[in-house]
Write a protein that binds this ligand. Structure first.
Ligand SMILES: Cc1cc2nc3c(=O)[nH]c(=O)nc-3n(C[C@H](O)[C@H](O)[C@H](O)COP(=O)(O)OP(=O)(O)OC[C@H]3O[C@@H](n4cnc5c(N)ncnc54)[C@H](O)[C@@H]3O)c2cc1C
Length: 315
């Protein structure tokens, strides 16, 4: 690997200034599970890497204002997946984090790095699209927030401007009566990048969660009207893709025929390519399978969607 300088900034402003002054030769570093491998392979050759993990708030998960949850960009996959608030209210994200590679890698890989790498196959992205995540970005002009769907521009390309870096992921208040399912297909059962992934979120429209709530509902029916559906596909387009026609179809008709129609519409929305992992035709066929199974699991009467908050709620 080409030698490089390793810099640990003390403040957000210093980090941003270092990124601006070294444009083209400087790269941000989090867990390094993407960056260091690309550096070792000679695909990128930064002269300096800026380790952002130690900046204030980067490794914290905390309740935000008005029921939002704030996940620091440098939180590892395991940290997020095992956090009580994530498990209770954003199980879809926990499932996605748990689907990344191996336990050891998840101790190192961060959610922010997964997003900033801007791979169409990034496993946390479909879940974050379904959850309508907002990304907090720090740069020379201060902080700004952007919807995740506006952040992914293409393979390896993000909406970050010169000197900007990701600091946190903001999750809107979680619906208490929703069920999310993340599924992926790799070439091996664990440890492989997705050749297809799909996140499905079905929201039945009961009141949103409050991190202090203590309700322990024991029975849950699927009689209520669907308020909204989110379906996002991974690894079958230049960015993660919302399958909006499939979402609308399922919200109108959650019967078995409606589920099949939604899965077919999701497959039609995919824009897969042939590559070393799979052919485009196989990927499109598997979108229909993953989405149908995801919807069926989300609609199943036994789906556990409401979990009581632990004492005190916030961690
Ligand atoms: C063996 C192996 C298996 C893998 N399996 C999977 C898998 O199953 N699913 C999956 O989704 N991924 C997988 N990956 C890819 C990788 O582990 C994930 O994308 C991981 O989440 C990246 O996070 P990181 O913290 O290591 O990022 P880093 O490698 O530190 O950074 C990734 C990229 O983002 C940039 N960056 C980092 N932080 C910021 C920031 N705050 N602001 C702006 N830019 C930033 C870096 O410069 C770099 O370009 C795998 C990787 C390996 C090596």
């Amino acid at each position: 690997m080409q030698p490089f300088d390793y810099v640990v900034p003390k403040s957000h402003a210093e980090a941003s200034a270092l990124l601006v002054e070294g444009a083209g030769i400087v790269r941000p570093l989090m867990g390094g599970t993407d960056l260091l491998i690309r550096m070792r392979g000679g695909f990128v050759r930064p002269e300096r890497v800026i380790d952002l993990k130690g900046l204030p708030g980067m490794c914290d998960i905390r309740p935000g204002e008005q029921g939002w949850l704030v996940v620091g960009a440098a939180c590892t996959m395991n940290q997020v997946a095992l956090h009580p608030l994530v498990q209770q209210h954003y199980d879809l994200l926990a499932q996605a984090c748990n689907a990344v590679a191996s336990y050891q890698l998840r101790n190192r890989a961060t959610v922010g790095g997964n997003i900033c790498n801007a791979s169409p196959a990034a496993d946390t992205a479909p879940a974050l699209y379904c959850l309508d995540a907002l990304l907090e970005i720090c740069g020379p002009g201060g902080a700004r927030r952007a919807p995740i769907a506006e952040f992914f521009l293409g393979p390896g390309k993000t909406a970050l401007r010169p000197g900007e870096f990701l600091t946190a992921i903001h999750l809107p208040p979680a619906p208490t009566d929703a069920c999310g399912v993340f599924s992926k297909l790799g070439r091996t059962k664990i440890g492989d990048i997705s050749m297809v992934s799909a996140a499905v979120l079905v929201d039945y429209g009961l009141p949103i969660a409050d991190f202090g709530f203590t309700e322990t509902r024991t029975s849950h029916t699927r009689q209520s009207t669907i308020r909204h559906v989110r379906i996002t596909l991974g690894a079958v387009g230049p960015t993660p893709l919302r399958a909006t026609e499939a979402e609308a179809a399922l919200a109108l008709d959650p019967s078995p025929e409606g589920v099949k129609r939604a899965a077919d519409l999701a497959a039609a929305a995919a824009r897969p390519i042939d590559d070393i992992r799979a052919s485009a035709a196989y990927r499109r066929a598997m979108v229909a399978v993953l989405v149908r199974r995801g919807i069926e699991a989300a609609l199943a009467p036994s789906s556990s969607v409401l979990r009581p908050a632990s004492a005190g709620g916030a961690a």
